[in-house]
Design a protein around this ligand. Structure first.
Ligand code: CA
Ligand code: CA
Ligand code: CA
Ligand code: CA
Length: 387
């Protein structure tokens, strides 16, 4: 669902010239919400140099336990079977294409089992079909998904955009001249219409999906990573057309974003990890595709690059986790309501932190966290201890 590591280079420069560091705050006296990752924070399946880019999760084999797919940045997606106890076992590695940046799970064949879409930065998009038992085979590369509308696809989302009951794909292109988003209508059998381009501005690198305006049709939100940026809301007309674009100008540079109702008012909000201003923000959604313009920033420390928003402690409020680039720490923030957050704890997790994902690996309803490194084999699992 997100971006490349391009802005990491800028972060390295920033690290050398920006001395400021904001302390995360006062630790809570309560029991920690998460256990520390295993040391070393690693499990088999990825090699050094194969920085993990994104995680897609779902019950791939139908055993009721969440499984995980990780794009390895090199040329493949690695499949891990969730054992239900917080551990993962590698089951498969499927070659997709060079610079495998994004993996997304969703049912594209109508059998109720998640299939996979992997974006390859070289310009192809691979569809991997699940055999129903959690084994994937590369069915097709979506021809023209990366060109000519946009090149360097870096992420995708799977949803039913035209409302025919069959899942479709929206692809996010990093370098988009002039198009940023490619839409691919699914037929429900693993085949697709020819790709269609949507104008969404240049240098897209984050794509999120959700119904922003409560009309039952899923909309898209995109943004740049590593650029002073605009947040674009692309409003679905109910037939999979995105002719209405609402721009929200912001002063922040997001490395990662998630679309979740953080304040509990029923409208989806955007949370952003602001790598260059060392914090996270909640852009409150107004229920019509617009967002707050100047959200408060919660300072977290140097270079947050990954963010996740989920109810970690089960009190009904969506909490925030932030992963920084160096040293690769996950910091946890409790949602106190009214967009007030307090620091809970932190764990050293994944050096060169790239992405943070909530996945319920224990089946308790309280999500665990996966922290991914951008340049080595570390995939830290932080077990949720609040259950
Ligand atoms: Ca559809
Ligand atoms: Ca909508
Ligand atoms: Ca909200
Ligand atoms: Ca909570």
């Amino acid at each position: 669902m997100k971006r490349t590591s391009l802005s990491i280079f800028a972060l390295a420069v920033a690290a050398s010239v920006i001395p400021a560091f904001v302390a995360p705050g006062t630790a809570s006296a309560a029991e920690p919400w998460f256990g520390a990752p295993a040391n070393p924070a690693y499990f088999g399946g990825l090699a050094n140099g194969e920085g993990s880019q994104t995680v897609a999760s779902g019950d791939f084999d139908g055993d009721g336990k969440q499984d995980v797919a990780v794009s390895n940045f090199l040329d493949a997606v690695v499949i891990f079977h969730g054992n239900g106890d917080g551990t993962l076992t590698k089951t498969q590695e499927v070659k997709t294409g060079l610079v495998a940046t994004g993996a997304t799970a969703g049912d594209l064949t109508g059998d109720g089992r998640p299939d996979l879409v992997v974006t390859n930065g070289i310009g192809t998009v691979s569809v991997l079909v699940n055999d129903g038992h959690g084994q994937f085979r590369k069915a097709t590369d979506l021809q023209g998904a990366g060109v000519p509308g946009g090149i360097a696809p870096v992420g995708s989302v799977i949803a039913d955009f035209d409302g025919d009951g069959i899942n479709d794909i929206a692809i996010d292109n990093l370098i988009a001249a002039p198009y940023g988003i490619t839409l691919v209508r699914g037929h429900g059998d693993g085949t697709f219409d020819p790709p269609r381009q949507v104008l969404a501005g240049i240098f897209r690198s984050i794509i999120l999906v959700g119904d922003l305006n409560h009309d039952g049709a899923v909309d898209l939100v995109t943004a740049d990573a590593g650029q002073p940026w605009l947040l674009y809301s692309l409003i679905n007309d109910g037939h999979g057309n995105f002719d209405t674009r609402i721009d929200t100008f912001t002063h922040l540079t997001a490395e990662d974003m998630k679309l979740v109702d953080v304040d509990g008012d029923g409208n989806l909000d955007v949370v952003s990890a602001n790598a260059f201003t060392f914090g996270f923000s909640v852009f409150r959604g107004h229920g019509d595709g617009t967002f707050d313009l100047w959200p408060t920033e919660v300072l977290t420390g140097f270079a947050p690059t990954g963010i996740e928003a989920a109810d970690f402690d089960g009190d009904g409020k969506v909490d925030i986790g932030v992963l920084d680039y160096l040293p690769g720490t996950v910091k946890i923030y409790r949602n106190n309501g009214n967009l007030n957050f307090s620091y809970v704890e932190e764990h050293q997790a994944a050096t060169g932190g790239q992405a943070l994902f909530a996945v319920d690996l224990h089946g308790t309803g309280r999500p665990d966290l996966l922290a991914m490194s951008s340049f080595d084999a570390q995939i830290a699992i932080l077990p949720n201890r609040t259950r």
